[in-house]
Design a protein around this ligand. Structure first.
Ligand SMILES: [Zn+2]
Length: 251
C-alpha cells in the first residue's frame, strides 16, 4: 500500500501535465487525490496505509495495555506509587530530552516492573508529520541512545508525537527493527481534565487486548489515570505489558 501511494504521488505531476490540455478539472482532481492519499494516513493516527501500526494485542483473558506518554515529568514518582497500589503495569513512551534531564525517573520506571519506549527526542508535535527523513531518524536515534544509556536496553517500540507518521517513518523504523505503536482508544486526556469525559470517550474502544493511551505531566493526570484504572479493574480487566509476539495491527 505504501509503495502504491508513493508511486501515485510521484507520478501525479506527470499525469496532471498530460491531462491539463484535455481536462483541467480532471487534472486538478488527480493532484488533489494524490495529496489526500498522502495526508490522510499521515495525519490520521492508526491508519495502516503507510505501514503497520499496532492497535491491540492477542490475549486469552481480560487484559489491557496501558501506555502513558510524555514523561518523565514531575508526577512520575507519585504515578509509580499509584500503579503499584493498583497493581497495574504500564509502558511509558518518554521524551529523550526529559529522560536525559531525569535519568533516575527512567531507572525507577524499569525497577518497578514497567517498560520504557521511544516517544522521540524533542516531541515536535506540530511539525513531526512534515519532517524529512534525517530529522525523523535523528529524533528516534537520539531518544533510543538516551534510553539505552540509562537502562541498558535498546527500545523496540516507537510512538510518534500525536500519532502522526509520514511516509519516512516506517522505513526508518524497519531498518532499526522497531515497531510503531498506536492505540485502540484515547480519551483526549492531554487536553481534557474531566476524568468522566475521558472515560466516556475511551469506553467504546475498550475490549480484551485493547491499547489505551493516557498522558502524564498535566495537573489532572494522576486523577484521570487513577479513575480510568479503577473503572477498568471494576470491569474485571488487568493491566499487562504484552510482549512483541502478541502485538496486532487489526482486531
Ligand atoms: Zn506525546
Amino acid at each position: 500500500m505504501r509503495r502504491a501511494i508513493l508511486v501515485f504521488a510521484l507520478a501525479a505531476p506527470l499525469i496532471v501535465i498530460a491531462l491539463w490540455r484535455l481536462s483541467p478539472g480532471a487534472a486538478i482532481s488527480v493532484l488533489a487525490l494524490s495529496h489526500a492519499l498522502l495526508l490522510y494516513p499521515t495525519l490520521r493516527p492508526n491508519v495502516q496505509w503507510l505501514g503497520p501500526v499496532v492497535t491491540n494485542f492477542h490475549t486469552e483473558g481480560r487484559e489491557l495495555w496501558l501506555t502513558i506518554d510524555d514523561g518523565p515529568t514531575g508526577d512520575t514518582l507519585a504515578l509509580l506509587d499509584l500503579l503499584e497500589r493498583r497493581k497495574a503495569k504500564a509502558t511509558f513512551f518518554v521524551k529523550g530530552k526529559l529522560a536525559l534531564e531525569n535519568p533516575g525517573l527512567i531507572r525507577e520506571m524499569v525497577a518497578r516492573g514497567h517498560s520504557v519506549a521511544n516517544h522521540s527526542q524533542t516531541h515536535p508535535s506540530g511539525s513531526f508529520w512534515c519532517l524529512g527523513p534525517r530529522r525523523i531518524a535523528g529524533e528516534i536515534d537520539a531518544c533510543n541512545a538516551e534510553l539505552a544509556t540509562i537502562t541498558g536496553i535498546e527500545p523496540q517500540w516507537f510512538r510518534a508525537p500525536v500519532g502522526m507518521k509520514n511516509p519516512f517513518v516506517h522505513p526508518i523504523l524497519d531498518r532499526r527493527g522497531m515497531t510503531l505503536i498506536g492505540w485502540s482508544g484515547r480519551g483526549f486526556d492531554a487536553t481534557m481534565s474531566n476524568a468522566e469525559g475521558v472515560l466516556r470517550r475511551l469506553m467504546p474502544h475498550i475490549y480484551p487486548g485493547a491499547v489505551i493511551v493516557l498522558h502524564q505531566g498535566r495537573e489532572w493526570s494522576l486523577r484521570v489515570i487513577e479513575r480510568v484504572i479503577a473503572e477498568m479493574q471494576d470491569r474485571g480487566y488487568e493491566f499487562v505489558i504484552p510482549d512483541q509476539s502478541r502485538l496486532k495491527t487489526k482486531r
